[in-house]
Design a protein around this ligand. Structure first.
Ligand code: PMP
Length: 421
């Protein structure tokens, strides 16, 4: 194929043969992005699901400014700092009391790697060699090798199979397959004595915005508990209000043994992630014998500026009525979605909290569905940052989005079906 122009920058999840001109963004404010060519875009997917309170929220920007002038990096082994301590303290206040320790890293993928290493370290250090991990079909946990290994196998990682470790996969608990999925989990736990089960609670994000019920999530936790299998909740996407509660696990009234948070942790301002765990998992790594040390770090672990942004985010959740804001966005989304339920061009119209998804009834489905690039181009022409997963269109805006913005987003979705179906 002849390439018109080769980009010096290699963009992620981008086929450069199909998309050569990247939209250059100069500025973000609230739910909007302002481009070099003078357009205003509505950010309908919170810039890869991270910008919860809108772009450049003044309180977060100020916190970053202030911290950047004081201390912007420090080795985190043997040293600590106030922003990290404040984030840990505040996080432990808003999560379950059973989660007692916070490990910092810098992306959702690394928070998952940390969770897996914590789980295996726990079994290893307590003299029980459990190594198998149980996962859910269609899951996505990141693009590093370990995170890919526990994610769904397919087009995203077909080239790297040789590097990925074996896992046990249970079916996705679609409404008519809930018991099948639960039985599969129970069998895996009973027969294989796995180290852990890792799951995205309530919504499987990159796997297609697949949604399942809190009662299934609760039952999955019960099964893991019954067989002493560690339950890892990957709340990288579902955390920070997305599903209607601060964390998705709250809706099932469960406490994970290990939990991963990122994305909305800094409200999308800077890269940061945390992995929280129970005291006995920390304790399994605690001894005079240094061989039990948790040998994991990255240079920027608990970067003070990123921690200051996270602290500002935690403060926002504390002193502004974000829970109400999230509830009202959920209602607005429900209303906007209603007309699509009777439209035969759409299938599986669904919503959990502030996230909606609908599938275009096309002949091919999945991430590589032919319609994907056409939809992307159409939404760009309508000044929307709306990036479907193949034939699945989803809307996950910042919480400051207005009803008028949502009208514009859903009108474009309807027009896309008129034009392309
Ligand atoms: N887990 C989940 C559930 C995610 O949605 C993502 C990112 N989409 C990740 C992990 C990986 O996060 P990151 O891209 O920050 O590495």
């Amino acid at each position: 194929m002849k390439m018109a122009k080769r980009s010096p920058i290699w963009h992620p999840f981008t086929q450069h043969a199909l998309q050569q001109d990247m939209t250059k963004v100069l500025r973000g404010e609230g739910a909007y992005l302002y481009t070099k060519d003078g357009r205003r875009l509505i950010d309908a997917i919170s810039s890869w699901w991270v910008v919860t309170h809108g772009h450049c929220h003044p309180r977060i920007v100020n916190a970053i400014r202030e911290q950047a002038g004081k201390l912007n990096q420090i080795i985190f082994a043997g040293y600590t700092h106030e922003p990290a301590e404040q984030v840990a303290t505040e996080l432990l206040k808003v999560t379950s009391p059973a989660l007692e320790h916070v490990f910092f890293s810098d992306s959702g993928s690394t928070s998952v790697e940390v969770a897996l290493k914590m789980a295996l370290g726990y079994w290893y250090n307590t003299g029980r060699q459990r190594t198998q991990i149980v996962v859910m079909q269609h899951s996505y946990h990141g693009d590093t090798i370990g995170a890919m290994s526990v994610g769904s196998r397919g087009v995203f990682n077909a080239a790297y199979g040789a590097l990925m470790f074996e896992v046990t996969s249970i079916p996705f608990p679609a409404r008519d397959r809930e018991q099948i999925a639960l039985d599969a989990l129970e069998n895996a736990c009973r027969n294989q004595h796995p180290a852990a089960f890792i799951v995205e609670p309530l919504i499987l994000g990159a796997g297609g915005m697949l949604m399942y019920s809190p009662s299934v999530l609760r039952e999955m936790k019960r099964i893991c508990e019954a067989f002493d299998v560690l339950f890892i909740a990957d709340e990288v996407m579902t955390g920070w209000g997305r599903t209607g509660s601060l964390f998705a696990c709250e809706q099932a009234d469960i406490t994970p043994d290990i939990a991963c948070y990122s994305k909305g942790l800094t409200a999308g301002a800077l890269p940061l992630a945390v992995t929280l765990c129970r005291a006995d998992i920390f304790d399994a790594h605690y001894s005079e014998d240094r061989r039990r040390t948790f040998f994991h770090s990255s240079s920027y672990t608990a970067n003070p500026v990123a921690c200051a942004a996270a602290k500002a985010n935690l403060d926002l959740w504390q002193d502004q009525d974000y829970r109400r804001r999230v509830a009202s966005l959920a209602k607005m989304q429900e209303r906007a979605l209603a007309p699509f339920c009777d439209d035969s061009r759409f299938a599986n119209v669904r919503r959990t909290g502030t996230v909606t998804a609908l599938e275009l009834n096309t002949s091919d489905a999945g991430y590589l569905a032919d319609i994907g690039p056409k939809l992307l181009a159409f939404f760009q022409s309508r000044n929307l940052l709306l990036r479907p997963l193949g034939n699945t269109i989803y809307v996950m805006p910042p919480y400051c989005v207005t009803a008028a913005d949502l009208d514009e987003i859903y009108a474009a979705i309807r027009d896309a079906a008129d034009l392309l179906m």
